[in-house]
Design a protein around this ligand. Sequence first.
Ligand SMILES: [Zn+2]
Length: 82
Amino acid sequence: MMTNGDEHGGYVAGRYRDGSLSDGWTDIARCAPGTFVRYVARCACGWSGRARPATVTGAMAARQEWFLGHVMSLPLDARAAV
Ligand SMILES: [Zn+2]
């Protein structure tokens, strides 16, 4: 799990076939291929990103989206708490 202070802990969640998402303690890279149909960046604050293909590239894009699209858009004082 990536950490950014207490409120913003980002991670890549996997979407199971039934539509539910894995939690922040699930290491998607260790799950069997086919376990997930999509990867989605999520944050401990409740933010979530766009659904990505369940591939290594998709996981990287999700992590990047969490940082660039979410953390970097936070107010400066929230970022300063990192
Ligand atoms: Zn957040």
